[in-house]
Design a protein around this ligand. Structure first.
Ligand SMILES: Nc1ncnc2c1ncn2[C@@H]1O[C@H](COP(=O)(O)OP(=O)(O)OP(=O)(O)O)[C@@H](O)[C@H]1O
Ligand SMILES: [Mg+2]
Length: 292
């Protein structure tokens, strides 16, 4: 029974060193990161997020890999002056990984808040990335937090925490992956407002790639043109298309002095496929779209 455990709470140093082992990334206001993350809006997502934040509504971000979901949340957390606590969903994740657990430390049993509990206590933005990778019994712990109750039952402590003002739940997934159909329960998703982040328009994507890779607009624009050609391929055998992230990586190689076609071959073509025929076809496309 929970009450039979000693209720010694660890120091903040103990918590942070334990949390470091839980693939948790902390960003934003309280971590001393002063610069606003560069984020270029692609639609009305910033206004929607601001309104949701004012109401404390949970947000579901949808979009393919590398389209800017994480960067968007980082930028919003910074704008709102909230700490951002990010956890990547994975299939072995348990609710204790989110809520917390008793640990033996120096012969003493201490309770250590999980990242979700910490976000609830501190009024932070809690970002659960790739939520569908987590098992359903794990995601159920977010239900009472995601509706009007704004509560987190911490069974092992025999208590229920009310979320501090400012607490906000953000989850993301890539609808392109099949697993979502079986993994994200209707009862989970209907608690959220949803924002779809696709790839930006060519103009905006060019600006993003130029900024992030540190290349000129002309080169960035050529990369974006190529990405659009790949995204619009008829009957494409590719599982994923060229993301903004891939273009930034290619641009980064070009900024290091590599020939643009070689940069694209390494950062885009070889990454998208292992099939020799597909790779050859993509290289041909690259040669027609990109300047020598
Ligand atoms: N609209 C944007 N404004 C600024 N930077 C962007 C934008 N979209 C993408 N980026 C850039 O693309 C990179 C990849 O984006 P990000 O990591 O946010 O993707 P993601 O959607 O979270 O991908 P994943 O699903 O794989 O986690 C960012 O590091 C950033 O450099
Ligand atoms: Mg991400």
């Amino acid at each position: 029974m929970a009450s039979s455990f000693p209720s010694t709470f660890p120091s903040s140093e103990q918590v942070s060193s334990l949390l470091k082992n839980q693939s948790t990334v902390v960003n934003g206001a309280s971590s001393g990161v002063a610069d606003a993350p560069f984020y270029r809006a692609i639609g009305d997502e910033v206004e929607v997020f601001r309104a949701a934040a004012r109401r404390g509504l949970p947000v579901l971000l949808k979009g393919p890999t590398g389209c800017g979901k994480t960067r968007f949340v980082e930028a919003m957390a910074h704008e709102l002056g909230r700490e951002l606590i990010t956890v990547a969903g994975h299939e072995d994740m348990t609710s204790a990984d989110l809520v917390g657990r008793f640990l033996l430390k120096g012969g003493e049993t201490v309770w250590v808040d999980g990242p979700l509990t910490r976000a609830v206590r501190e009024g932070a933005i809690f970002y659960l990335d790739e939520v569908v990778e987590a098992r359903q019994d794990t995601t159920v712990v977010i239900h009472p937090l995601a509706d009007h109750r704004r509560e987190l039952p911490v069974d092992r402590l025999g208590t229920t925490l009310r979320a501090a003002p400012g607490f906000q739940l953000v989850i993301s997934y890539n609808p392109g992956y099949q697993s979502v159909l079986k993994n994200l329960k209707e009862s989970t998703r209907q608690r959220f407002i949803a924002i779809e982040l696709g790839y930006p328009s060519p103009e905006i994507e060019t600006e993003v790639v130029a900024h992030e890779a540190g290349i000129d607009t002309e080169t960035a624009s050529a990369l974006v043109k190529l990405a659009y050609a790949i995204r619009n391929l008829d009957g494409s055998p590719l599982r994923e298309v060229s993301s903004t992230r891939m273009l930034i990586l290619a641009g980064g190689l070009a900024a290091e002095g590599l020939n643009l076609r070689s940069a694209v071959h390494a950062a885009v073509v070889e990454v998208l496929s292992d099939d020799d025929d597909v790779i050859r076809a993509l290289d041909e496309l690259v040669n027609t779209v990109l300047p020598q």
